[in-house]
Ligand binder design. Structure first.
Ligand code: HEM
Length: 100
């Protein structure tokens, strides 16, 4: 009797867990205000929920969704650093480490 050959079941994609590595190419897929990741100082942040709270014109920060934003964060694009409070906020949105 002939047997059907079937491929192994496709693995279910795993949700991103904190501590995993993500490539910049993956960060780049999350580039809208509703789904906004950024790579900052070798860490990956999901800032989707923070964007509405950011105290600037939305486009100032939205422009960096999906991108390597270390310098933008470091300078606010105006030669001025974010506060320690901002640094603590940022830490709360970390989802992964950037692929080395
Ligand atoms: C990466 C792109 C970003 C840019 C270009 C940017 C730029 C700015 C600008 C222009 C201001 C207005 C007030 C000022 O000029 O001092 C500001 C304030 C602020 N931003 Fe951002 N920002 C960015 C990302 C973030 C992120 C990711 C966070 C935290 C999760 C954050 C937290 C804050 C806070 C708390 C303030 C109030 C002032 C302070 O505490 O430094 N920003 N930012």
């Amino acid at each position: 009797t002939s047997q059907l050959w079937l491929p192994a079941a496709v693995e279910t994609p795993q949700p991103v867990a904190s501590g995993e590595f993500q490539a910049l190419s993956e960060v780049a897929r999350h580039k809208t205000p509703d789904d906004c990741w950024m790579a900052i100082n070798d860490q990956v942040y999901d800032l989707s929920n923070y964007l509405p709270d950011h105290p600037s014109e939305p486009e100032v920060i939205v422009a960096w969704c999906g991108r390597e934003a270390s310098e933008a964060y470091r300078t606010k694009m105006k030669g001025r650093a974010h506060s320690a409070r901002a640094d603590r906020l940022l830490a709360a949105y970390r989802i992964a480490t950037l692929t080395p």
